[in-house]
Design a protein around this ligand. Structure first.
Ligand SMILES: O=C(O)CCC(=O)C(=O)O
Ligand SMILES: [Fe+2]
Length: 296
């Protein structure tokens, strides 16, 4: 399961400065080859990550019976218990656009007392990630052609919503193997996914050629994955990243995955400008929700 140490120079999108032509070209190449890149100066403070880490420790150490009040057979269904995605994976979903209300619905089931701070912190994170997603999409559109950002930010890419998963990986204590798969290889169903992983690391990306790359946690940077919806909308010019999580250090691992998606009723069809003259359209038009149902 070990990664290959592929000598690659991955672009870092620095949001504190305008993206120039040479950066856009390296970004476009990385999105073709890997379907992911880093973003820095993203506007999320270390303090906010610290607060969420501490919330996360608290939530996931609650007894299983409490967490299952939000589980797959509850009406909220915000908690995914162990043994669904993997034996080591459990997560809590917080959905936009009203992240406060979503977090509060879960908190009201989890805690016996009111806990407004819980919902406020998760609301702050959700709102910041929405802003960040819009900025990243704008730059991605710039890689697809002159004026694509102006044209499509206001149209196709304006009908989006976000939600995030707080993920706790608890690796086994007594196994022979040196590493275990925390989350199997998959692509995300989003337009883009923005991932924070704690210092434990373990996220791996697969190149077009099938080489695995270890995505080391990088202070001050987040990882941006292209998702399936963006691959279809861009006619394959942006590749949906194949990734997985490998647990090597037998300590708990926290990650936050923010999914920015088209609204369910969006009809996805790559625009002519994006397909380009003389090129074939690879994907027939489809309704977003039908695709999500198909994948589930
Ligand atoms: O935990 C991670 O680092 C990645 C999670 C992920 O890929 C997902 O939730 O889709
Ligand atoms: Fe993923």
């Amino acid at each position: 399961m070990s990664e290959l140490h592929v000598p690659v120079e991955l672009p870092v999108l620095d949001l504190s400065e305008p993206a120039d032509v040479s950066f856009l070209s390296s970004l476009s190449q990385a999105c073709q080859e890997w379907g992911f890149f880093y973003v820095t100066n993203h506007g999320i403070s270390k303090n906010l990550f610290r607060k969420i880490c501490s919330l996360s420790k608290h939530i996931f150490s609650l007894p299983p019976d409490s967490k299952l009040k939000l589980g797959p057979s509850s009406c909220l269904k915000t908690y995914t218990p162990h043994f669904i995605a993997s034996p080591y994976f459990e997560s809590l979903i917080v959905s936009g656009p009203d992240f406060f209300a979503s977090a509060k619905r879960s908190a009201d089931e989890l805690f016996s007392q009111q806990n407004p701070e819980f919902s406020e912190i998760l609301q702050e994170y959700g709102n910041k990630m929405v802003e960040l997603s819009k900025k990243i999409i704008k730059v991605l559109l710039m890689t697809l052609g002159d004026g694509c950002d102006r044209k499509f930010c206001e149209s196709d890419l304006s009908h989006c919503h976000g939600y995030f998963r707080i993920v706790n990986y608890s690796p086994p204590k007594d196994v022979e193997e040196k590493e275990v798969e925390g989350l199997g290889m998959h692509t995300d169903m989003s337009c883009i996914t923005i991932v924070y992983q704690d210092e434990t690391g373990g996220l791996q990306m697969r190149s077009k050629e099938g080489d695995w790359l270890d995505v080391r946690p990088c202070e001050d940077s987040l990882v941006v994955n292209i998702g399936d919806l963006m691959q279809a909308w861009s006619n394959g010019r942006l590749r949906s990243s194949e990734h997985r999580v490998v647990l090597k250090h037998f300590v708990n691992r926290l990650s936050l995955a923010f999914f920015w998606c088209f609204e369910d009723d969006t009809v996805i069809l790559a625009p002519d400008e994006v397909v380009g003259e003389g090129n074939q359209r690879t994907y027939k038009s489809f309704v977003c929700l039908d695709y999500l149902k198909f994948r589930e």
